[in-house]
Design a protein around this ligand. Structure first.
Ligand code: PMV
Length: 316
Protein backbone atom coordinates (compact mmCIF):
# COMPACT_ATOMS: atom_id res chain seq x y z
CA UNK A 1 0.00 0.00 0.00
CA UNK A 2 1.30 3.41 -0.91
CA UNK A 3 1.36 5.99 1.83
CA UNK A 4 0.10 9.32 0.49
CA UNK A 5 3.08 11.29 1.78
CA UNK A 6 6.37 10.18 3.25
CA UNK A 7 7.82 11.55 6.46
CA UNK A 8 10.44 14.22 5.82
CA UNK A 9 13.03 15.98 7.89
CA UNK A 10 14.81 19.32 7.53
CA UNK A 11 17.51 21.03 9.54
CA UNK A 12 18.86 24.51 10.13
CA UNK A 13 22.01 25.57 12.01
CA UNK A 14 22.35 27.93 14.93
CA UNK A 15 24.15 31.21 14.50
CA UNK A 16 26.33 33.58 16.39
CA UNK A 17 26.82 37.30 15.91
CA UNK A 18 30.54 38.12 15.81
CA UNK A 19 30.10 41.88 15.99
CA UNK A 20 27.55 44.64 15.54
CA UNK A 21 24.45 43.41 17.40
CA UNK A 22 21.93 46.08 18.44
CA UNK A 23 23.56 48.72 16.21
CA UNK A 24 22.35 46.54 13.30
CA UNK A 25 18.76 47.37 14.32
CA UNK A 26 19.72 51.03 13.60
CA UNK A 27 21.10 50.38 10.14
CA UNK A 28 24.75 49.66 10.96
CA UNK A 29 26.43 46.53 9.54
CA UNK A 30 26.91 43.40 11.63
CA UNK A 31 28.85 40.16 11.17
CA UNK A 32 27.22 36.78 11.76
CA UNK A 33 28.24 33.19 11.18
CA UNK A 34 26.34 29.89 11.20
CA UNK A 35 27.12 27.42 13.99
CA UNK A 36 26.62 23.91 12.65
CA UNK A 37 27.43 22.23 15.98
CA UNK A 38 23.91 23.03 17.19
CA UNK A 39 20.83 22.72 15.04
CA UNK A 40 17.07 22.69 14.79
CA UNK A 41 15.61 19.52 13.31
CA UNK A 42 12.01 19.32 12.17
CA UNK A 43 10.29 16.11 11.18
CA UNK A 44 6.94 16.20 9.43
CA UNK A 45 4.72 13.13 9.30
CA UNK A 46 1.17 12.55 8.09
CA UNK A 47 -1.30 12.78 10.99
CA UNK A 48 -5.04 12.73 11.58
CA UNK A 49 -4.95 16.42 12.50
CA UNK A 50 -2.42 19.27 12.37
CA UNK A 51 -0.23 18.91 15.44
CA UNK A 52 2.92 20.50 16.89
CA UNK A 53 5.27 18.68 19.23
CA UNK A 54 8.19 20.65 20.69
CA UNK A 55 9.40 18.80 23.79
CA UNK A 56 12.13 21.38 24.55
CA UNK A 57 9.44 23.98 25.28
CA UNK A 58 6.94 21.44 26.68
CA UNK A 59 4.54 21.91 23.81
CA UNK A 60 2.38 19.09 22.49
CA UNK A 61 -0.79 20.53 21.01
CA UNK A 62 -3.14 20.65 18.09
CA UNK A 63 -2.13 23.51 15.80
CA UNK A 64 -5.67 24.89 16.02
CA UNK A 65 -5.42 25.10 19.82
CA UNK A 66 -2.41 27.42 19.73
CA UNK A 67 -3.08 31.17 19.85
CA UNK A 68 -3.57 32.50 16.32
CA UNK A 69 -0.33 34.52 16.44
CA UNK A 70 1.81 31.83 18.05
CA UNK A 71 5.12 31.80 16.13
CA UNK A 72 5.01 28.04 15.49
CA UNK A 73 1.42 28.18 14.26
CA UNK A 74 2.27 31.16 12.10
CA UNK A 75 5.33 29.39 10.68
CA UNK A 76 3.19 26.44 9.62
CA UNK A 77 0.27 28.47 8.26
CA UNK A 78 2.43 30.97 6.41
CA UNK A 79 4.40 28.18 4.79
CA UNK A 80 1.27 26.48 3.46
CA UNK A 81 0.15 29.86 2.14
CA UNK A 82 3.53 30.43 0.47
CA UNK A 83 3.31 26.99 -1.11
CA UNK A 84 -0.13 27.97 -2.41
CA UNK A 85 -1.42 24.57 -1.45
CA UNK A 86 -4.16 23.33 0.85
CA UNK A 87 -2.74 22.78 4.36
CA UNK A 88 -2.25 19.07 5.00
CA UNK A 89 -2.83 17.51 8.39
CA UNK A 90 0.69 16.83 9.56
CA UNK A 91 2.47 16.39 12.82
CA UNK A 92 5.41 18.82 13.11
CA UNK A 93 7.98 17.45 15.52
CA UNK A 94 10.66 19.92 16.59
CA UNK A 95 13.92 18.71 18.12
CA UNK A 96 16.41 21.50 18.56
CA UNK A 97 19.80 21.41 20.23
CA UNK A 98 19.98 25.20 20.03
CA UNK A 99 19.44 26.69 23.48
CA UNK A 100 16.35 28.90 23.63
CA UNK A 101 16.73 32.64 24.34
CA UNK A 102 20.51 32.43 24.35
CA UNK A 103 21.48 34.47 21.28
CA UNK A 104 22.08 31.41 19.11
CA UNK A 105 19.13 31.96 16.81
CA UNK A 106 16.90 29.13 18.03
CA UNK A 107 13.64 30.80 16.96
CA UNK A 108 14.84 31.57 13.43
CA UNK A 109 16.40 28.13 13.01
CA UNK A 110 13.19 26.37 14.04
CA UNK A 111 11.21 28.48 11.57
CA UNK A 112 13.65 27.83 8.71
CA UNK A 113 13.55 24.09 9.42
CA UNK A 114 9.72 24.10 9.58
CA UNK A 115 9.48 25.95 6.27
CA UNK A 116 11.91 23.57 4.57
CA UNK A 117 10.32 20.45 6.04
CA UNK A 118 6.77 21.41 5.02
CA UNK A 119 7.96 22.37 1.54
CA UNK A 120 9.74 19.02 1.22
CA UNK A 121 6.62 17.25 2.46
CA UNK A 122 4.68 18.91 -0.34
CA UNK A 123 7.40 17.83 -2.78
CA UNK A 124 8.68 21.34 -3.27
CA UNK A 125 11.79 23.40 -2.64
CA UNK A 126 11.27 27.06 -1.83
CA UNK A 127 14.00 29.45 -2.99
CA UNK A 128 16.14 30.78 -0.13
CA UNK A 129 14.79 34.32 -0.56
CA UNK A 130 11.31 33.00 0.17
CA UNK A 131 12.48 30.88 3.13
CA UNK A 132 14.24 33.96 4.48
CA UNK A 133 11.18 36.19 4.04
CA UNK A 134 8.96 33.69 5.88
CA UNK A 135 11.47 33.36 8.70
CA UNK A 136 11.73 37.15 8.97
CA UNK A 137 7.94 37.48 9.22
CA UNK A 138 7.92 34.97 12.08
CA UNK A 139 10.95 36.62 13.74
CA UNK A 140 8.83 39.76 14.01
CA UNK A 141 6.37 37.82 16.18
CA UNK A 142 9.21 36.66 18.41
CA UNK A 143 11.14 39.90 18.67
CA UNK A 144 9.08 42.90 17.66
CA UNK A 145 11.61 44.81 15.56
CA UNK A 146 14.27 42.34 14.41
CA UNK A 147 16.99 43.49 12.05
CA UNK A 148 16.66 40.28 10.01
CA UNK A 149 20.23 39.14 10.65
CA UNK A 150 19.29 35.86 12.41
CA UNK A 151 16.95 34.52 9.75
CA UNK A 152 19.36 35.57 6.98
CA UNK A 153 22.51 33.89 8.34
CA UNK A 154 20.53 30.76 9.23
CA UNK A 155 18.76 30.54 5.87
CA UNK A 156 21.95 30.93 3.81
CA UNK A 157 24.24 29.07 6.22
CA UNK A 158 27.23 31.26 5.27
CA UNK A 159 29.28 33.82 7.22
CA UNK A 160 27.94 37.20 6.26
CA UNK A 161 27.99 40.95 6.60
CA UNK A 162 24.42 42.06 7.10
CA UNK A 163 22.88 45.45 6.77
CA UNK A 164 19.18 45.97 7.43
CA UNK A 165 17.38 46.94 4.25
CA UNK A 166 20.50 46.39 2.13
CA UNK A 167 20.77 42.60 2.29
CA UNK A 168 23.99 40.72 2.85
CA UNK A 169 27.44 40.06 1.47
CA UNK A 170 29.64 37.06 2.04
CA UNK A 171 32.08 37.69 4.90
CA UNK A 172 35.63 36.92 3.80
CA UNK A 173 37.54 34.80 6.27
CA UNK A 174 41.20 34.30 5.34
CA UNK A 175 42.18 31.72 7.94
CA UNK A 176 40.45 29.49 10.51
CA UNK A 177 39.15 31.45 13.49
CA UNK A 178 39.15 29.48 16.77
CA UNK A 179 36.06 30.37 18.77
CA UNK A 180 34.77 29.46 22.19
CA UNK A 181 31.11 30.20 22.87
CA UNK A 182 29.91 30.12 26.47
CA UNK A 183 26.45 30.41 27.97
CA UNK A 184 25.80 32.40 31.15
CA UNK A 185 22.78 30.17 31.77
CA UNK A 186 20.64 33.29 32.19
CA UNK A 187 17.98 33.82 29.53
CA UNK A 188 18.45 36.73 27.15
CA UNK A 189 14.99 37.89 26.10
CA UNK A 190 15.80 39.58 22.80
CA UNK A 191 12.55 41.51 22.66
CA UNK A 192 13.15 43.14 26.07
CA UNK A 193 16.81 43.91 25.39
CA UNK A 194 16.01 45.51 22.02
CA UNK A 195 13.15 47.48 23.61
CA UNK A 196 15.45 48.68 26.41
CA UNK A 197 17.99 50.01 23.91
CA UNK A 198 15.17 51.75 22.03
CA UNK A 199 13.96 53.50 25.20
CA UNK A 200 17.46 54.72 26.01
CA UNK A 201 18.05 55.77 22.38
CA UNK A 202 14.82 57.79 22.44
CA UNK A 203 16.00 59.57 25.60
CA UNK A 204 19.52 60.32 24.28
CA UNK A 205 19.54 60.02 20.50
CA UNK A 206 22.80 61.80 19.78
CA UNK A 207 24.74 59.79 22.33
CA UNK A 208 23.29 56.48 21.09
CA UNK A 209 23.81 57.32 17.42
CA UNK A 210 27.48 58.07 18.22
CA UNK A 211 27.76 54.76 20.08
CA UNK A 212 26.22 52.91 17.11
CA UNK A 213 28.72 54.64 14.80
CA UNK A 214 31.55 53.52 17.06
CA UNK A 215 30.17 49.96 16.93
CA UNK A 216 30.17 50.23 13.13
CA UNK A 217 33.88 51.14 13.30
CA UNK A 218 34.59 48.08 15.45
CA UNK A 219 32.67 45.97 12.93
CA UNK A 220 34.71 47.40 10.05
CA UNK A 221 37.93 46.63 11.94
CA UNK A 222 36.76 43.08 12.67
CA UNK A 223 35.79 42.58 9.04
CA UNK A 224 39.19 43.74 7.83
CA UNK A 225 40.98 41.54 10.38
CA UNK A 226 39.00 38.50 9.20
CA UNK A 227 39.76 39.27 5.57
CA UNK A 228 43.51 39.44 6.20
CA UNK A 229 43.60 36.67 8.82
CA UNK A 230 44.86 38.85 11.68
CA UNK A 231 43.48 37.19 14.84
CA UNK A 232 45.01 39.65 17.35
CA UNK A 233 43.44 42.56 15.43
CA UNK A 234 40.13 40.70 15.38
CA UNK A 235 40.42 40.32 19.15
CA UNK A 236 41.03 44.06 19.61
CA UNK A 237 37.98 44.87 17.52
CA UNK A 238 35.81 42.50 19.55
CA UNK A 239 37.08 44.00 22.82
CA UNK A 240 36.19 47.48 21.54
CA UNK A 241 32.75 46.18 20.54
CA UNK A 242 32.22 44.73 24.06
CA UNK A 243 33.05 48.08 25.72
CA UNK A 244 30.46 49.74 23.48
CA UNK A 245 27.87 47.05 24.28
CA UNK A 246 28.51 47.80 27.96
CA UNK A 247 27.98 51.48 27.21
CA UNK A 248 24.57 50.84 25.64
CA UNK A 249 23.60 48.85 28.72
CA UNK A 250 23.24 45.31 27.35
CA UNK A 251 26.04 43.47 29.12
CA UNK A 252 25.51 41.87 32.54
CA UNK A 253 27.72 40.92 35.49
CA UNK A 254 27.66 37.26 34.38
CA UNK A 255 28.64 38.19 30.82
CA UNK A 256 31.41 40.49 32.07
CA UNK A 257 32.73 37.73 34.32
CA UNK A 258 32.97 35.30 31.39
CA UNK A 259 34.54 37.92 29.12
CA UNK A 260 37.16 38.72 31.79
CA UNK A 261 37.87 35.01 32.35
CA UNK A 262 38.46 34.45 28.64
CA UNK A 263 40.78 37.46 28.33
CA UNK A 264 42.70 36.44 31.47
CA UNK A 265 43.31 33.03 29.86
CA UNK A 266 44.84 34.43 26.69
CA UNK A 267 41.85 34.99 24.41
CA UNK A 268 42.58 37.66 21.81
CA UNK A 269 39.16 39.15 22.36
CA UNK A 270 35.80 38.38 23.92
CA UNK A 271 32.35 39.89 23.93
CA UNK A 272 28.72 39.13 24.52
CA UNK A 273 26.90 37.86 21.47
CA UNK A 274 23.30 38.51 20.54
CA UNK A 275 20.84 40.47 22.59
CA UNK A 276 22.82 40.41 25.85
CA UNK A 277 21.47 40.66 29.38
CA UNK A 278 22.41 36.98 29.57
CA UNK A 279 22.73 34.34 26.90
CA UNK A 280 26.07 33.71 25.26
CA UNK A 281 29.44 35.33 24.95
CA UNK A 282 32.17 34.40 22.52
CA UNK A 283 35.94 34.47 22.60
CA UNK A 284 38.49 34.40 19.79
CA UNK A 285 41.55 32.47 20.90
CA UNK A 286 44.92 31.43 19.54
CA UNK A 287 44.58 28.01 17.85
CA UNK A 288 46.30 26.25 20.74
CA UNK A 289 44.35 28.24 23.34
CA UNK A 290 40.80 26.99 22.85
CA UNK A 291 40.86 24.23 25.48
CA UNK A 292 42.28 26.46 28.22
CA UNK A 293 39.75 29.21 27.52
CA UNK A 294 36.90 26.67 27.47
CA UNK A 295 38.10 25.34 30.81
CA UNK A 296 38.37 28.83 32.31
CA UNK A 297 34.87 29.69 31.14
CA UNK A 298 33.42 26.57 32.77
CA UNK A 299 35.28 27.41 35.97
CA UNK A 300 33.87 30.97 35.81
CA UNK A 301 30.32 29.63 35.75
CA UNK A 302 29.43 28.98 32.11
CA UNK A 303 26.63 26.43 31.92
CA UNK A 304 27.48 25.29 28.40
CA UNK A 305 30.59 25.77 26.28
CA UNK A 306 30.85 25.24 22.54
CA UNK A 307 34.32 24.98 21.02
CA UNK A 308 34.21 25.57 17.30
CA UNK A 309 36.32 26.95 14.48
CA UNK A 310 35.07 29.30 11.81
CA UNK A 311 36.42 27.87 8.56
CA UNK A 312 38.01 30.14 5.96
CA UNK A 313 35.83 31.11 3.01
CA UNK A 314 36.93 29.74 -0.34
CA UNK A 315 38.83 32.20 -2.49
CA UNK A 316 36.54 33.64 -5.16
O1 PMV B 1 18.59 36.82 18.66
P1 PMV B 1 19.83 37.37 19.30
O2 PMV B 1 19.82 37.29 20.78
O3 PMV B 1 21.08 36.89 18.65
O4 PMV B 1 19.82 38.94 19.07
C1 PMV B 1 19.65 39.47 17.82
C2 PMV B 1 20.58 40.61 17.61
C3 PMV B 1 20.04 41.98 17.90
O5 PMV B 1 20.86 42.86 17.15
C4 PMV B 1 20.14 42.30 19.38
C5 PMV B 1 18.60 42.17 17.46
C6 PMV B 1 18.39 42.11 15.96
O6 PMV B 1 17.24 41.95 15.57
O7 PMV B 1 19.35 42.25 15.18
Amino acid sequence: MNLPFAAVEARAPGKIILAGEHAVVYGRPALAVPVFGVQARVRVTPAPQAWVHAPAVHLDAALADLPAMHPLRQAVERTWAALATRPRPVRVHIASTIPVAAGLGSGAAVTVAIVRALAAFAGRVLPPEQVNALAYAVEKLHHGTPSGIDNTVITYGRPLVYRKGAGWELLQVARPVPLVIADTGHPAPTRDMVAGVRTRWQAARDRYEALFDAIAEAVAAARHALAVGDLPALGRALRANQRLLQAIGVSSPALDTLVDAALATGAYGAKLSGAGGGGNMLAVTPPEGQAAVAQALRAAGATRVIVTTLPPTEAA
